[in-house]
Ligand binder design. Structure first.
Ligand code: KIV
Ligand code: ZN
Length: 518
């Protein structure tokens, strides 16, 4: 029988450590719900002691998500573990994930501790965590560059202390598949109590080998793979969940293992993570890139038309990428809309449904044909939003060949309306300069991206912007509209609203996430 591999998703923790990928609580919750639909075994929701925001996000995920276990990361210290437990304690299946580095370079240069001291700290941390819950994972940070005999000693000691999962990370993405696979196999063989815990792997992609290394480890006995949606993560990222899972599925003949993942939710998860982080997927990215299932060359198209298997090793449907279907039109009622949302995997509250339906009706009035992607864009716009201080209530933009682009904008706030006009070198510039005059905050535009949601000149335009605040935090905003200047304004205001919201929250006791804590 095929051996079952656990999928531990760390999109919300290691993934969020990607530069510019920070997510707010609402965004983290929506990603966590999607991960639960994907049926990942464990959702690592954050690093509770690293910031108030992270603590609150882990707590919210722990209290909300059912189906998957919820993990919180903590260094191997009592304070960290206590804080992690405080955030996790309401989870149905909490996992305390504690770590300390085991490589000599980390011991000497970062921790300034001896091997014996680190071993004692690891055992103490596991015992302390076990006082709170049954499921405790220990990670030997930089394991792939650690002295092998010492690593085995640490693994044996933490298993004796009661750990349920031991993770052997390739923290810096240095390993080569044959080497890493052999190391996992040898470790399982050498450590006498290794069968009492699941051996997990966590590979970074600095050499582009994270997926290959994870699969080599699985072939050599690893029972859990740690990965992220779209492979986002620290530096070059982590092993991509969609690649690991689809490789295991597609080559079940060779691998002889299986996962519990509902692969038809992969595409939606990828799309959601792109929306909330603003980190685009390269077009030729395996599994979820725009070209992954496209056939350009005539000879390929001909082959695929005759028999799909000539050039396709997977079905697009297997990852939930059905052909763009015409879904609804302006005569579709609320019932049909709700049914469509259900079939796309969304379950909204009544308030969210009201907002989304209103937006759907107004879009259907202007656009003849609505596709799944349009519905997804509406949901991303209307539902995954934080409370907004500024609402766009009027915008008039004038531009002409050789003319000066001019924008007049009215924003609605709780304190009334603000009206302003301004000029720029282009329409979007005029809009952004005008909005800047109306907002009491300082930031720089760090990135601007535009794409069309579907084909055709009446397609929704989807804009993503990143604003960098004075403290270097990056806020991602997105907006969709049939008019790209309006989509640009919405995306900008979405990012501004996040920035203002979190700066106000921070003033009330929140503090910026300390990414240097690792
Ligand atoms: O890469 C790494 O070693 C980590 C650990 C904290 C698990 O992310
Ligand atoms: Zn990592």
């Amino acid at each position: 029988m095929a051996r079952r591999i656990q999928i531990f998703d760390t999109t919300l923790r290691d993934g969020e450590q990607s530069p510019g990928a920070s997510m707010n609580i609402e965004e983290k919750l929506s990603v966590a719900k999607q991960l639960a639909r994907l049926k990942v075994d464990v959702i690592e929701a954050g690093f509770p002691i690293s910031s108030v925001g992270d603590f609150e996000a882990v707590k919210a995920v722990a209290e909300t998500v059912k189906g998957s276990a919820v993990a919180g990361l903590c260094r191997a210290g009592k304070m960290d573990i206590d804080r992690a437990w405080e955030a996790l304690k309401h989870a149905k299946r909490p996992v305390i994930h504690t770590f300390i580095a085991t490589s000599d370079i980390h011991l000497e240069k970062k921790l300034k501790k001896s091997r014996e001291e680190v071993l004692d700290i690891a055992v103490m941390a596991v015992k302390h965590a076990k006082g709170y819950c049954e499921d405790v994972e220990f990670s030997a940070e930089d394991a792939a560059r650690s002295d092998f005999d010492y690593l085995c000693q640490v693994v044996e000691a933490v298993i004796d202390a009661g750990v349920t999962v031991v993770n052997i990370p390739d923290t810096v993405g240095y390993a080569i598949p044959s080497e890493y696979g052999a190391m996992i196999g040898k470790l399982i063989e050498r450590v006498p109590n290794s069968k009492k815990a699941i051996i997990s792997v966590h590979c970074h992609n600095d050499l582009g080998l994270a997926t290959a290394n994870s699969l080599a480890a699985v072939a050599n006995g690893a029972g859990q793979v740690e990965c992220t949606i779209n492979g986002i993560g620290e530096r070059a990222g982590n092993a991509a969940l969609e690649e690991v899972v689809m490789a295991i599925n597609t080559r079940a003949d060779l691998m002889g293992v299986k996962t519990g993942i509902n692969t038809t939710e992969i595409y939606r998860a990828s799309r959601l993570v792109t929306d909330v982080t603003g980190l685009k997927v390269q077009v030729n990215k395996a599994i979820v890139g725009a070209n992954a299932f496209a056939h350009e060359a005539g000879i390929h198209q001909h082959g695929v038309l005759q028999e799909k298997r000539t050039y396709e090793i997977m079905d697009a449907e297997a990852i939930g990428l059905a052909e763009s279907k015409l879904v609804l039109g302006k005569h579709s009622g609320r019932h049909a809309f709700e049914g469509k949302l259900k079939s796309l995997g969304y379950s909204l509250t009544k308030g969210e449904l009201d907002k989304a339906f209103e937006r759907f009706k107004s879009l259907a009035d202007k656009k003849k044909e609505l596709f799944d992607e349009d519905i997804e864009a509406i949901i991303a716009d209307e539902v995954y939003a934080i409370p907004s201080k500024y609402h766009l209530s009027y915008m008039n933009v004038m531009t002409s060949l050789d003319g000066i682009p001019t924008a007049t904008i009215r924003l609605k706030t709780d304190d009334g309306e603000i009206i302003e006009a301004g000029v720029g070198v282009g329409s979007v510039d005029a809009v952004y300069k005008t909005i800047d005059k109306m907002i009491d905050a300082s930031y720089d535009l760090a990135d601007f991206n535009i794409k069309s949601v579907t084909g055709g000149t009446d397609a929704l335009g989807e804009v993503t912007v990143k604003l960098k605040a004075k403290n270097d935090e990056v806020y991602t905003g997105r907006g969709a509209s049939l008019d790209i200047v309006e989509a640009s304004a919405k995306a900008y205001l979405n990012a501004v609203n996040k920035l203002v919201y979190y700066e106000e929250k921070r003033g009330n006791g929140g503090k910026p996430k300390d990414k240097a804590i690792l």
